[in-house]
Design a protein. Structure first.
Length: 333
C-alpha cells in the first residue's frame, strides 16, 4: 500500500487560525476509495511549543524543523506580524535553511496569503510567477523585483513552488494540489465534504474595492455559465461576448479582470477539467473524450494535456482511473 503523502504545516507567531484549519480540513478529508487517508499532516514550528495566533487563543506545535525535512509538501500560512516586513535575504537563518533544505530534497513548497513573502525572502520565488493577497501585491512587487507578481489570480502553480492569494484562496490552492496528486474525483469529494466549490470561478481582482466614481463593472459570469454547458461545441470569443451584450474588446478586458485569464485560456482549462473527469469516470476512447470536451481530436487533447499537466491522457487514466490516485505524483521517490 502506498504510504500517505506527508504534509508539514510550518507556522509562526501571528498565524491565522483559518489558514491552519483549512489545510488540515481539506488534506485531512482526502480519502482513497477504500477509505484510507491520502495525506498525513504535521503542524510544526522552528521552535516547538506555544505559538501565538492573530486571534485571542494560541496553538501548540509539537514538532520542529525535522517535520519539514521529512515532508513531501510544506505549506507556509501567513503571519501578519512579520510577513510584510520581510526583505530579500531577511529571513531568520534557521527558517531560510529549513525551507531551502526541503526544496533541495525534492519537497513541494506552498504558501497561503502573505506567506508568499517568506518564500520570496528565502529566494524560492526568484524568476518565478507568484501571487499573494491583493492588498499586499504592490509591496510584494517592490520588495521582490525578481518575482513576477500576478495580482489577479487565486493561486499560481509553478510546479515545485505554489502561492495563493488571501485566506479563502488557500482553499482553492489546497484543492488544486489534491487534484494534481490524486485526480479530479478525489478533489471533488473533498470539496463536497467541505461544502465548497471544487473550482471557484474568477480571480481575486473581483474582490478589490474600486473607487465609487468608477462605473460598475459588469460581470461575465453569465457567459462562463453558458460556455460551461457547451464545452463540446466550437465556441468563439464573439459568441461568449454576445452572451453579455458586449464588444469582444470590452468582454475580453472584463473577463481578465474577473478571472485573471483570457476567455480562451479559461475555456481551455474548463475543457481539460472535463476531459480529466471523463478519463477518470468512463471507458470512452481518447478521441471520443476529446470530442465531448471540445478539443475536436485526440491529438489536440494530447497536446493540451501535455502542456497543462505534463502527462498524456493515457498516462493520466492509468494513474487515476479506478484507484482515484493510487500513485501520488507529488510524493518524492
Amino acid at each position: 500500500m502506498t504510504r500517505p503523502h506527508s504534509v508539514a504545516v510550518l507556522i509562526r507567531d501571528g498565524v491565522l487560525p483559518m489558514e491552519l484549519g483549512l489545510v488540515h480540513q481539506l488534506f485531512g478529508s482526502a480519502r482513497s476509495p477504500q477509505g484510507a487517508r491520502l495525506y498525513e499532516l504535521t503542524t510544526c514550528a522552528l521552535t516547538p511549543g506555544r505559538i501565538r495566533t492573530d486571534a485571542d487563543f494560541p496553538v501548540y506545535a509539537e514538532h520542529g524543523p525535522e517535520a519539514v525535512a521529512a515532508a513531501d509538501t510544506v505549506i507556509v500560512p501567513a503571519s501578519h506580524e512579520e510577513d510584510e516586513s520581510l526583505t530579500p535575504g531577511g529571513l531568520p537563518p534557521t527558517l531560510a535553511k529549513t525551507l531551502k533544505s526541503a526544496t533541495g530534497a525534492g519537497a513541494r513548497i506552498a504558501s497561503i496569503c502573505t506567506g508568499a513573502f517568506v518564500l520570496a525572502a528565502a529566494g524560492l520565488l526568484d524568476g518565478r510567477r507568484a501571487t499573494t493577497h491583493w492588498l499586499s501585491t504592490d509591496l510584494f512587487a517592490r520588495t521582490f523585483p525578481g518575482v513576477s507578481v500576478d495580482p489577479d489570480v487565486l493561486y499560481v502553480d509553478e510546479g515545485a513552488v505554489l502561492t495563493s492569494a488571501g485566506e479563502a484562496a488557500g482553499i482553492d490552492l489546497c484543492l488544486h494540489m489534491i487534484r494534481r496528486d490524486h485526480g479530479a474525483a478525489v478533489a471533488a469529494e473533498v470539496a463536497r465534504r467541505t461544502v465548497v466549490p471544487p473550482h471557484r470561478e474568477g480571480g481575486q481582482a473581483q474582490y478589490i474595492r474600486r473607487p465609487v466614481a468608477e462605473p460598475r463593472v459588469t460581470s461575465t459570469s453569465r457567459a462562463r455559465e453558458w460556455a460551461q454547458t457547451r464545452l463540446s461545441e466550437p465556441l468563439t470569443l464573439a459568441e461568449m461576448a454576445e452572451q453579455e451584450s458586449m464588444s469582444v474588446r470590452t468582454f475580453s478586458r472584463r473577463f481578465r479582470e474577473e478571472t485573471g485569464l483570457t476567455p480562451m485560456q479559461w475555456l481551455t482549462q474548463r475543457r481539460v477539467d472535463r476531459a480529466r473527469e471523463l478519463l477518470e469516470e468512463t471507458d470512452r476512447t481518447v478521441d471520443r473524450i476529446a470530442a465531448e470536451a471540445g478539443f475536436g481530436t485526440g491529438a489536440s487533447l494530447r497536446q493540451h494535456f501535455q502542456a497543462g499537466l505534463g502527462v498524456s491522457p493515457g498516462a493520466y487514466r492509468i494513474t487515476f482511473r479506478g484507484t482515484s490516485g493510487g500513485t501520488s505524483r507529488g510524493t518524492r521517490g
